[in-house]
Design a protein around this ligand. Structure first.
Ligand code: ZN
Length: 148
């Protein structure tokens, strides 16, 4: 699991009220609920999924869904792949898929915990890096920092 994936998982955990930091075995972990079935998901404090948790794109990427925090949730691997097979792989954004997406958006918003300004800013920088839009300006910032 890459550092980026772990960072994204932690950002979702931070914005989902079902996740709480709790005792887990000898240590602590974030324990919360699958966006679909409500099944228990366990995330290590460093963002590693200890149960079979996966990142779910509520509006599928194939239909224009982004990595904005509002469009991401955590789901059991089984739930996520079922949605993938049954809905996300549909070629057209039809009524059934729209229903599924709307229900999940509502669920995500019910559980929504607003991110801190710092988390929001960090995630936005991550999105920009991914889109490749601000490579130059990021370098500029780094250079500017060095000069100080
Ligand atoms: Zn599930």
């Amino acid at each position: 699991m890459s550092a980026r994936t772990r960072e994204t998982i932690l950002a979702i955990v931070a914005t989902d009220t079902t996740f709480v930091r709790a005792r887990y075995g000898e240590g602590e972990a974030f324990i919360g609920k699958c966006l679909h079935c409500g099944g228990r998901l366990v995330i290590d404090l460093d963002g590693t999924a200890l149960s079979r948790a996966t990142i779910e794109h509520i509006l599928p990427r194939a239909h224009g869904g982004t990595d904005a925090l509002e469009n991401l949730g955590l789901a059991c691997a089984r739930c996520n792949s079922e949605k993938g097979v049954r809905h996300d792989s549909r070629a057209t954004f039809d009524g059934r898929l729209a229903e599924v997406v709307h229900a999940l958006v509502a669920k995500r918003m019910e559980r929504w915990r607003p991110p801190s300004d710092e988390l929001r800013a960090r995630h936005e920088r991550y999105l920009l890096r991914r889109s490749g839009g601000t490579t130059a300006s990021t370098k500029e910032t780094r250079r500017a920092k060095k000069r100080r």
